[in-house]
Design a protein around this ligand. Structure first.
Ligand code: SF4
Length: 193
């Protein structure tokens, strides 16, 4: 964690009172972002400590220079790759939040099938499908052959496992990092049975 704070504090070009945090949801279910919101009223303490850049909370669409980037979800399409690289280029510290970002999680269940099979199941053979056809529009990002955990695409500094990591886990991580302390999770926050 010393490394983390050194990364952050060495950024002398951007003097500021608060750390800047950005978050993104790639191929996930937004459950990890919901877990962040589950810190409840502590969100008021958090906004005293950090300023949010791009997040689904601010609805800012592009990421600027940040101290900490929190990434939810695996990498499933070309848009996910682009967003992830943008975060890596702009964030001093990048954190994989949740099982999908850490190891691909639930979205990797499609990896055992060909893309064609997945598309046909979703758009043609799926229950309740009307007007069955596979959409083909430039606005729809191309799927990758497989879903990847984010560390297979960019360098990742920290991993917060869990599906999702609990609010208390995220809270402890963020507050300790912001305070410049090493993070020592009690067992109650890092067991998943
Ligand atoms: Fe959703 Fe779990 Fe993946 Fe987080 S780790 S995005 S909660 S499925």
């Amino acid at each position: 964690m010393v490394t983390l704070m050194n990364d952050i504090q060495s950024d002398q070009e951007r003097p500021k009172d608060k750390l800047i945090v950005a978050t993104a949801a790639l191929c996930g279910c937004f459950g990890c972002h919901m877990s962040l919101l589950d810190i409840d009223e502590r969100i008021l303490q958090l906004v005293e400590l950090v300023e949010f850049d791009r997040t689904p909370l601010t609805d800012i669409k592009t990421v600027g220079k940040c101290d900490i980037g929190l990434i939810e979800g695996g990498v499933a399409n070309v848009d996910n790759v682009e967003v992830l690289r943008e975060f890596r280029n702009n964030c001093d510290v990048l954190v994989a939040v949740g099982a999908c970002a850490v190891n691909g999680g639930v979205p990797t269940m499609r990896n055992q099938f060909e893309i064609k099979e997945c598309l046909e199941e979703a758009y043609i053979h799926g229950i309740g499908v009307e007007n069955p056809h596979v959409p083909n529009d430039v606005e729809i990002p191309l799927l990758l052959d497989k879903v990847h955990p984010i560390h297979e695409v960019v360098r990742v500094d920290y991993f917060l496992p869990g599906c999702p990591p609990g609010a208390d886990t995220i809270w402890l991580f963020l507050t300790e990092v912001i305070a410049g302390n090493a993070v020592n999770f009690p067992y109650s926050l890092i067991h998943y049975d």
